[in-house]
Write a protein that binds this ligand. Sequence first.
Ligand code: NAD
Ligand code: FES
Length: 281
Amino acid sequence: MFRIIKKETMAQGITALTITAPEIAAKAKAGHFVVVVAKENSERIPLTIANTDKTAGDITLIFQEVGFSTKELGLLNVGEHLEHLLGPLGTATHIENYGTVICIGGGVGIAEVWPVAKAMKEAGNRVIGILGARSRDYIILEDQLSLICGELFITTDDASYGRKGLVTDSLRGLLQAVEKSTHTQYPELVYAVGPVVMMKAVSELTKEYHIKTMVSLNPIMLDGTGMCGSCRVSVAGKVMFACVDGPEFDGHLVDFLELQKRLNSFKEKEACLNIACPRKT
Ligand code: NAD
Ligand code: FES
């Protein structure tokens, strides 16, 4: 069980693993995540299911190797097995025919946007994609998303590919074009996944235009089943658990500053522990 059948480097430090998991693949929907345990005694890592092949019975996870545990996961190779895989978890994305949906992915968040864009297209929506990354080398899944999106806009912070700037520059351009036009309409939904600052900036912009906006949050998670409280976030002033109530929430109601503060406090702890890259044994 949970055998790695494919491993691909998507960009520097971003790895895709395809894993045999027929029971999870059978139930998985866009927006679901799994909790991965790479080896006995490894940390539990929550990862969104980027792709599912229900016929073959496998799922694909795309992750950035940033800390000890994701680096440890990235050391596993084809033919090896994950110690454990729990899922599908979380509340699946609400999919319906809204009309026009703009899907925005920032950095490795592009991987989370892929299944949602696909499901939105299958539901009959016109899907517009905006992908942003630091530089050309970090733009992932462009070919896959260009097959789904009627229009696909790419931004890079350093101007190495597409338009120079942030995803919000492209979004603002699209919304301003609608404002000036007499025959185009605002999108019915914006769906955004990426760094917290990006999701905050996207939500602030769409709020000006009263466009419904969903974001997928990435707080620290432990059990992934609503038991430990580590993934708590504030939405519309209420405490919610991202692992069961989310991870998707209305971006206009999320307390992004609190989320960022909680994420930063964990980063400081990790840095204090001076965790080094794991070595394969
Ligand atoms: P990054 O920092 O390189 O940013 C990616 C893109 O986001 C940028 O190119 C830019 O277009 C946009 N962006 C960044 N800051 C912005 C701002 N202030 N305003 C508007 N747009 C902005 O991304 P990375 O290094 O790939 O990191 C990805 C981040 O996404 C990580 O922090 C990771 O934790 C997070 N993430 C979130 C989820 C989730 O479910 N929400 C999933 C995967 C990753
Ligand atoms: Fe423990 Fe959500 S991860 S309650």
